[in-house]
Design a protein around this ligand. Structure first.
Ligand code: AMP
Length: 276
């Protein structure tokens, strides 16, 4: 497995890329496995990018404490059969004096009032770095986690709208045995907060069996409130647009963002959902 810091080698063009910020955990491994399998079928390699992107952190403190575990990450990638880990420097991604384009930004990054509202600038930062990483790595496909549903749909819309010719593949959320969505931020959940955090997936599961979207939203909010969680949003939306469902909606998603013990968690699930 190659470890690449600066210039991305031309022979890896057409690869299947998994953009990450490192601190790889169980959730990332499902994406990596998929990328390796898709790459193999296409006769190319899987590339994991590791880059803690400063432009998507709306809270500088969050950027400072973001876990960095490069050696363990590289080991994991090697075990999974990844062709290369690409960990560019900030200077390689954002060369001084060069204006790296942010847009055009699809409507899903500003209309729903979800991550766009609670983390101003975050999705624009994501669009900017993904666009830049796509240019740097020239992939044929990219794998994203459904855990960050708005981000996944944003990148899918961006690629489709602009005809980037990059297939955007979504992978279902990997969870801890008790249901908590795996996340690099979970290391900050201690004691009571860790116990409380389980209410998020419990709420999504309870909402999943409700018959109406309104009922699902009500149940979700009730479970969260009972657990003492003050959510930022807990809602059921059209899974494509992330706007409130309309008569034309064919699939919905229940989505939550909530600070638990000082750590901001997000999760979502299809609605209806059988909990698996
Ligand atoms: P991050 O390193 O947090 O930026 O995440 C990199 C990629 O891994 C993104 O596409 C995330 O959606 C995805 N990811 C993170 N956690 C999970 C999870 N629990 N299940 C599936 N994908 C995940």
């Amino acid at each position: 497995m190659r470890e690449i810091r600066d210039d991305f080698p031309a022979d890896l063009a057409g690869c299947v890329v998994v953009p990450t910020m490192g601190a790889l955990h169980h959730g990332h491994t499902v994406l990596i496995r998929r990328a390796v399998a898709v790459a193999k079928a296409r006769g190319t390699g899987a590339v994991v990018t590791i880059f803690v992107n400063p432009t998507q952190f709306n809270d500088p403190k969050d950027l400072d404490v973001y876990p960095r575990t490069f050696e363990a990450d590289a080991r994991m990638c090697r075990e999974f059969g990844v062709a290369a880990v690409y960990a560019p420097t900030v200077g390689a991604v954002y060369p001084p004096g060069v204006e790296v384009p942010v847009g055009p930004i699809p409507a899903i990054a500003s209309e729903p009032g979800l991550e766009d509202w609670f983390r101003p600038g975050h999705l624009e930062g994501v669009a900017q770095v993904v666009r830049r990483l796509f240019v740097m790595t020239s992939p044929s496909a990219a794998v994203f986690g459904e855990k960050d549903w708005q981000q996944y749909r944003l990148v899918a819309d961006m690629s489709a709208n602009e005809g980037l010719g990059i297939e955007i593949l979504g992978e279902p959320t990997a969870r801890e045995p008790d249901g908590l969505a795996s996340s690099s931020r979970n290391v900050h959940l201690k004691g009571e907060a860790r116990e409380q955090s389980v209410a998020i997936s419990r709420g999504l599961r309870a909402a999943g069996v409700e018959r109406t979207a309104d009922g699902a939203e009500g149940t979700l909010r009730e479970v969260l409130r009972e657990a003492g969680i003050e959510y930022e949003y807990a809602t059921v939306r059209d899974s494509r647009t992330l706007l409130p469902p309309t008569a034309g909606t064919t699939a919905c998603r229940a989505l939550v963002a909530a600070p638990v013990g000082g750590t901001r968690l997000i999760d979502n699930a299809p609605w209806p959902w059988d909990g698996e």
